[in-house]
Ligand binder design. Structure first.
Ligand code: IMP
Ligand code: MG
Length: 327
């Protein structure tokens, strides 16, 4: 088995959907696997000129690649069906390719109701936290228990380990700064957003080939903690970069890229490539900055910033990406 992984290096919304979609098109993958999160995620994908936002469904369906919702995920069944219908009505065949690991968990109406008025953390109010809490309290509901999911249910061991040639693209959700273990607790999501989440889904560590860490050239965050720095230019970044949540429509808080967080996430994920999205936005503003603790470094061009980042990020290939600017 060979596995490539796409993970978020910041606070989600880095453009993982775009990167995974491009990799799925160019690679020889037999499967695409979503390994964490649920409908809290919103992956914006441009496919044949149309814009799609996926929440549960892995991007393999756009190319007829079997696409698995893994055991690290939680599923809202009504929202999953709405998502299937939305994609199918736009010409994407989902039902023939979607698979759900029998040991994925379900977001029940109770979970959803419980999260609906959450304020302390600033969750997406989709019931994710309560579903994971019940999973770990050993009173959750497994996907295999719901007759509505029957047609999609698989045993991930049989699907991935009993075939000859398996090449899996693992599509992560959220990002390092939101990870349950590595993020800024309690302002985190409830799943494993690093490669740990991939291994927990039954992908052996020895199968992992490339880890594509995805970041933006600046940072955004949605949630209850104060995140913005003091800078007028952030309003311009928000508007030029369309920094509003794909799932909730909330305005994203902005800050300059934090090199310390980035280096931690590159090391802990073992990222072999680092893609920085939205370079076009800083180019439009002709302002390039990075922060390290209290210090803010300024650069004269994208090339200067890219060179500086390359020399500070160990063992991985740094790539600046300019388009499309919407994520
Ligand atoms: P939850 O995952 O809905 O419980 O939310 C916990 C935190 O993670 C909140 O700050 C959310 O805004 C954030 N979050 C969850 N999913 C995403 C995502 O896909 N993109 C960005 N932020 C997210
Ligand atoms: Mg998103």
């Amino acid at each position: 088995m060979i596995a490539d992984v796409v993970v978020g290096l910041q606070y989600g919304d880095e453009g993982k959907g775009k990167v995974a979609h491009q990799l799925a098109r160019n690679g020889n993958y037999t499967h695409v696997l979503r390994f964490n999160g649920g409908c809290n995620a919103g992956h914006t994908i441009y496919h044949e000129g149309k814009k799609f936002v996926t929440h549960h469904i892995p991007c393999g369906v756009f190319y007829g690649i079997p696409s698995i919702i893994g055991p690290g995920c939680v599923i809202n069944v009504d929202k999953l069906y709405a998502e299937i219908e939305e994609l199918e009505s736009n010409g994407i065949n989902v039902t023939d390719y979607l698979m759900i690991a029998e040991n994925a968990h379900v977001i029940t109406d109770f979970h959803f109701a419980e999260d609906r008025h959450e304020e302390k953390i600033g969750t997406t109010r989709t019931g994710n936290g309560p579903a994971y809490r019940d999973k770990y309290a050993r009173k959750g509901v497994l996907a295999v228990e719901l007759p509505e999911l029957d047609e999609f249910i698989i045993d991930i061991f049989e699907e991935l380990h009993c075939e000859e040639k398996v090449e899996v693209l693992c599509e992560g959700a959220q990002g390092f700064g939101l990870d349950i273990d590595w993020g800024d607790y309690p302002y985190v999501t409830s799943s494993h957003c690093t490669v740990a989440g991939v291994v927990a889904c039954g992908i052996p560590h020895s199968a992992i080939r490339d880890v594509w860490g995805v970041a933006k050239v600046y940072e955004t965050y949605v949630g209850a903690k104060k995140f913005d720095g003091e800078d007028e230019i952030f309003e311009e970044i928000r508007s030029l970069g369309n920094e509003y949540g794909a799932t909730t429509g909330r305005s994203r808080q902005i800050n300059w890229l934090d090199i310390q967080l980035l280096i931690r996430s590159v090391y802990i994920n073992g990222a072999t490539k680092v893609i920085f999205n939205k370079a076009d936005i800083l180019e439009e503003l002709e302002t390039w900055r990075v922060r390290e603790g209290d210090k803010v470094y300024e650069f004269a061009s994208s090339n200067d910033m890219e060179f500086w980042l390359s020399s500070h990020i160990p063992n991985s290939h740094v790539i600046f990406s300019r388009s499309p600017s919407e994520i």
